[in-house]
Structure formats: structure tokens, C-alpha cells
Write a protein that binds this ligand. Structure first.
Ligand code: ZN
Length: 502
């Protein structure tokens, strides 16, 4: 067979796999948004069947053979070669994990989730401890099946952030700690002095319907394409759907926290713009997929924090916001921007954390996971290790496990190695923004209410690139350097020194 014929066979098979994945995406969205409660078991069966079908096809010897033959051909173009590389990675992972382990994993995560929900309610770590121990053991087996030659935690991180390692993260996170811990101490000292702008207006009640109208207009202003996407309400906000032409974002509304839904919508729109900006001609192929969790998060955080917490972006929109929310009439523009960036030092919960403290919540979890998998930390000692790090990094000690080590859903679903992606996203976002500023007058265009120049830069350098290049190469092509914490450290130091008059 010619290379062209082999490659056409591959793209047909991969297109089928993508269709199953997209269907699972719609089932998941439906489950969280509109499915009647009584359908939960039927939905479980439907998802399990499709997931099984996906795994069967992804791990099949036929696909493996095809990928092997194509890998040996020297006449593939760059995009086809990248597509084969990405598909091979998916296939190798699926093929190496034994069927029995896949089933054990699926049933243990369902059980662990139920146990975690109850344990968190009771703030009782002891209830969660045995099943968490089992999850860690099973995750080690899973990692050993995928790659017995590497440390388990490196293999797990790699599922979310291809190519990332503990050796590298240790360095990245040490740099962030060295900047953030003393900067937060200075903010704390400044807060104790008083005289900072009042931000109590942040708790002013706003009806959900009004929040939805304002939020939707901002989502539109950011360039979200409603012909290829939707905005709905869910308990946990997410960006999902069925590929680049069907991107579904959700938010939630709390009457006394209007900024939460607004910044949440801006965040999910950042994810959505990445999905809608993928190369549509390759939309059913792995090469067009988002590069990694960290790069995905870089797009949401770039819009939520770098853009959406900045003065330039809000200057043209603030009068409209004041017209919609009467209490803002008494809030000056500068005080509004201060409120957008409010640092909350007494907060125990990661998902509620501000931009400055968030990375420390992540670093704490990373260090705990790393030590759990190396054996340096026993599962039983987790709460004590957690609390000690909270005191060390943030100066506060959680009063119970619900506000401490039981707060996140990740471990109950077996997502070990996921947390670092959140903060890698913040670091990449600062790098992308710094590079975009060199090419585009970001302040002037955002200040004029025009997001297109910045969005165009992201489309060209990140969104359309998909998974064409390894992460370091993608970032280096866009910014001139691979992962580098310097832009993020400079950004937070400048911004919070200015806002808190340090
Ligand atoms: Zn996100």
C-alpha cells in the first residue's frame, strides 16, 4: 500500500475514535445540564459501553500495526507525522494497561467518589483513608504498566502534561515559592496597616438573571461563537461539548458573589476560544487537539486573570456594568480594578483562591502527591503534612479536613498529577501575554473594546497549532523560550506591588 492509502486508513479510524469521544462529551454535558435524575444508571451503562468501545479500538492490534508501518515511512508531511505521533501515544497507553486494571480502576473510582463525598461531609479523613490508599496503589500499578522504567508520579503527570517531570516541576515551583511567599507576607503586612480601598461592594446582591445577561454579553464581546457553542448553568462550571464546532460552557450564579459567575464565564470562554480556534480542517484528528491541560489552562487564565482582571479590558465595559449594577455607581474605576484583584489571605479553599495565593495551593498538593508516590509520605500522615504546608506557605491552619485535605474531588477520581497543570497554565499565560504584547498593542486595543488583535495572535500561535508540536516547541515558537517563570513572577510582583502600594 502507498503511504497515502495507509494514512487515509489511519485518519478514518481516528475520525471514528474522535466521534466516540465527542459523543461521550455530549452525554456528559447532558448528564450535568438536562438529564432527569432517574436516568443515572442508564447513563452509566451508555457511557461504560462507549468508553469500552473507545478503549477496544484505541488499543487494537490493527491500529497499532498501522501506526507502526506509518512510523517507518519517510514520506509523511509534518502535520501527518505529528498526527501519527499523537495517535501512537494514545494507542500505546491504551494497549499497555491490562483490561482487568482498566475495569478495577473504573469501579474503584466510582466507589472512592461516594466515600469521599461522605467523608468530606463528616470532615473525617479516616473514612477516606483506606480507599485513598487503594487508589494510590492502583495508580502505581497503572503507571508501572504504562512505563515501568520511570517513577510512577512522572508517568501520571505525563497523562495531563506531556513531557513534564518532577525534576522540572521542583525547579519551577521553587522559583514561584521564592517570589510568592515573601510577596504575600508583604501584602499581609500592608493589609494590617489598613487604608486600602473598600471592597464590600463585591458582596452586593445581584439576581441570577441579571448576572446571566451581563455575563453573556461579555462572553460575546470576547469573541465566543454562539453558532458553534452554548452557555448554560451547572453545579460545577466546565467547558465541554463535542469538538471545535460544538463547544459548550457552563457557569453557576450566587446572588452575593456576582464577580464569581462573571470571572467564571470569562475563564470558561478562554477555554472555549481555544477549542473554537482549533484547525477545523483537522478537527477529527488528534493533531488538532489542545496541546495539554496546562496549555488549555493558560488560555482560560490569560483571559480571566491577565485580561479580565486588568484595567484596559474593563475601561470600555465599566459604564455598561455600572448601568446594570446600580451599586457600582459609587465605586470608582480604580477601586473596581482593586476589587477584581482582591487578595484573600484567610481562604482555605483552592477553587476560591485569588491569583496570588492559588499557586501555593497547587504547589502544596504537588509536593504531597510527589511524596505519596515516592513513599516519603504515608497516606495516614496526609492531613498533618497538609496543615503544616498551609501554615508554612499561607500562614493559616485549616480547622478540619473538609477545609483541608478533603476539599478537592481529584484524588477520589484518581486524577493524580493533574494539579500542576493549573499553575503551569498561569506561568504559560504570562509568557504568552508578554509575547503578544510585543506583536500587538494589547492595552490600546483592549482599551478600545477590541479583543480581535489579541485573539488573532492566540489563534495563530496557540489555537490553530493544536498538538502539531511538543509543548516546549509550541511555547518556544510563540514566545522565543520554553517554559519560563520569569514573566509570571514579574507580572504578579509589579501588579500587586502597585495595587497594594507596597
Ligand atoms: Zn480552567
Amino acid at each position: 500500500m502507498t503511504t497515502g492509502e495507509l494514512y487515509a486508513d489511519l485518519t478514518r479510524r481516528l475520525s471514528d475514535l474522535t466521534a466516540i469521544e465527542e459523543t461521550l462529551g455530549i452525554l456528559q454535558w447532558d448528564q450535568e445540564i438536562v438529564m432527569p435524575k432517574g436516568a443515572v444508571h442508564a447513563r452509566g451503562r451508555q457511557k461504560a459501553t462507549l468508553a469500552g468501545l473507545l478503549h477496544q479500538n484505541q488499543s487494537s492490534a490493527a491500529l497499532g500495526g498501522l501506526l507502526q508501518r506509518l512510523g517507518e515511512r519517510g514520506d509523511l508531511d509534518d502535520i501527518a507525522r505529528a498526527n501519527v505521533r499523537e495517535a501512537h501515544r494514545d494507542h500505546a497507553r491504551a494497549a499497555r494497561i491490562p483490561e482487568a486494571l482498566v475495569r478495577r480502576w473504573a469501579s474503584l473510582t466510582v466507589q472512592a467518589h461516594d466515600v469521599w463525598v461522605e467523608a468530606r461531609k463528616a470532615a473525617a479523613f479516616g473514612q477516606f483513608e483506606p480507599v485513598l490508599g487503594e487508589m494510590v496503589d492502583l495508580a502505581k500499578q497503572r503507571a508501572a504498566a504504562i512505563d515501568p522504567g520511570r517513577p510512577a508520579y512522572d508517568v501520571l503527570i505525563d497523562e495531563f502534561e506531556v513531557g513534564m517531570t518532577m525534576a522540572r516541576l521542583d525547579g519551577v515551583f521553587a522559583e514561584l515559592k521564592a517570589t510568592l511567599v515573601p510577596l504575600i507576607a508583604r501584602v499581609r503586612a500592608r493589609m494590617a496597616q489598613g487604608g486600602l480601598p473598600d471592597a464590600s461592594w463585591l458582596r452586593s446582591p445581584v439576581p441570577a438573571e441579571r448576572q446571566r445577561e451581563v455575563g453573556e454579553s461579555m462572553v460575546r464581546a470576547m469573541g465566543f461563537d454562539f453558532d458553534r457553542g452554548r452557555l448554560d448553568t451547572s453545579v460545577h462550571p466546565f467547558c465541554g461539548g463535542a469538538g471545535t464546532d460544538d463547544v459548550r460552557i457552563t457557569t453557576r450564579y450566587k446572588e452575593t458573589a456576582f464577580l464569581g459567575s462573571l470571572s467564571g464565564m470569562i475563564h470558561e470562554t478562554g477555554h472555549a476560544l481555544y477549542e473554537q480556534g482549533r484547525d477545523r480542517t483537522l478537527g477529527d484528528q488528534p493533531v488538532s487537539r489542545a496541546r495539554s491541560m496546562g496549555i488549555h489552562e493558560s488560555q482560560s487564565l490569560l483571559w480571566e486573570k491577565q485580561v479580565g482582571q486588568g484595567a484596559a479590558f474593563w475601561r470600555p465595559h465599566y459604564p455598561r456594568l455600572q448601568a446594570a449594577y446600580a451599586f457600582l455607581a459609587a465605586v470608582s474605576f480604580d477601586d473596581f480594578v482593586f476589587g477584581l484583584n482582591l487578595v484573600q489571605l484567610g481562604n482555605f479553599i483552592r477553587v476560591d483562591a485569588d491569583e496570588l495565593t492559588y499557586p501555593l495551593h497547587v504547589i502544596l498538593r504537588y509536593e504531597i502527591e510527589r511524596d505519596l508516590f515516592s513513599g516519603a509520605l504515608a497516606v495516614a500522615d496526609l492531613p498533618a503534612a497538609w496543615n503544616a504546608k498551609m501554615v508554612q506557605y499561607l500562614g493559616i491552619e485549616p480547622p478540619d479536613a473538609a477545609l483541608g485535605c478533603l476539599q478537592d474531588v481529584h484524588w477520589s477520581s484518581g486524577s493524580f498529577g493533574y494539579f500542576p497543570s493549573y499553575t503551569l497554565g498561569a506561568v504559560y499565560a504570562a509568557q504568552f501575554m508578554q509575547a503578544a504584547r510585543k506583536a500587538v498593542d494589547v492595552e490600546a486595543t483592549l482599551g478600545a473594546g477590541d479583543v480581535q488583535p489579541l485573539l488573532g495572535w492566540l489563534r495563530e500561535h496557540v489555537h490553530r497549532m493544536g498538538s502539531r508540536f511538543p509543548t516546549d516547541e509550541l511555547v518556544a515558537r510563540a514566545t522565543g523560550r520554553p517554559l519560563d517563570t520569569a514573566p509570571f513572577r514579574a507580572y504578579v510582583t509589579e501588579k500587586y506591588s502597585r495595587l497594594y502600594r507596597l
